[in-house]
Design a protein around this ligand. Structure first.
Ligand SMILES: C[S@@+](CC[C@H](N)C(=O)[O-])C[C@H]1O[C@@H](n2cnc3c(N)ncnc32)[C@H](O)[C@@H]1O
Length: 205
């Protein structure tokens, strides 16, 4: 077979690189550290997919605390968990994730195996109701503080919508703080230019 020169190879259009499937990546990062009986946090319940995933992963002896400020998100999550037979393992909190520190029962603090934050707005919902940098910063600190050793915080940040870059910067600042503290930090798919979602994973020492 005739070999192509590198100049000829450069003419061949490359297949588009699939954008990382951020939500699946977030879930697999959580699954890799979760153990049966763990406590988990979903900081943004939305349609309930992450909550149901976490509830499955912690098993019947574990528990998930799921937060959202929108009643329709809480209702969707309730519906999904009921259909999946998982409701007894889930506490739904119609509260901001900025209140994690006060909402989490004392016996669950320091026992959280994974916390997922899928930032942004409810798919199919009101795009003006969106996670905000200040409350996100408070929530990331609180959720990280509740992790057990070896527990992992995962945050999907979106930079394509108005305000998304500011929130992404807050997530980056949190990542820098945890790196300095000696935790294992990965910034998956992070690029400096706006438009792309990326995933932060911080595993507690
Ligand atoms: C991208 S969606 C989450 C998707 C969800 N994890 C799922 O599996 O379907 C973002 C959610 O964050 C919620 N949200 C916005 N601000 C919030 C806050 N301060 N506290 C908790 N949830 C918030 C929105 O209402 C929206 O439902």
């Amino acid at each position: 077979m005739e070999r192509k020169t590198s100049a000829e190879l450069r003419q061949i259009p490359l297949a588009p690189i699939n954008p990382i499937r951020v939500t699946e990546r977030a879930q697999s990062l959580a699954a890799a550290v979760l153990m049966a009986g763990d406590i988990a946090i979903d900081g943004t319940a939305g349609k309930g997919r992450d909550t149901a995933f976490l509830a499955q992963a912690v098993g019947p002896t574990g528990h998930v605390h799921s937060f959202d400020i929108q009643p329709e998100a809480i209702a969707s999550t309730d519906n999904l968990c009921t259909l999946a037979g998982l409701s007894s393992r889930v506490s739904l909190h119609h509260r901001s994730h900025a209140e994690i520190a006060t909402v989490l029962p004392a016996g669950h603090r320091g026992k959280v195996g994974a916390a997922i934050f899928n930032l942004g707005y409810l798919p199919g919902g009101n795009p003006d109701i969106i996670t905000q940098p200040q409350s996100t910063a408070t929530a990331l600190q609180a959720a990280f503080g509740a992790l057990r050793s070896g527990g992992r915080l995962i945050c999907v940040a979106y930079t394509g919508h108005p305000g998304g870059m500011d929130e992404s910067d807050v997530v980056l600042a949190f990542a820098a703080e945890r790196t300095s503290a000696g935790d294992a930090v990965e910034k998956i798919g992070h690029v400096p230019n706006p438009g792309k979602p990326w995933v932060l994973s911080v595993t507690k020492r």
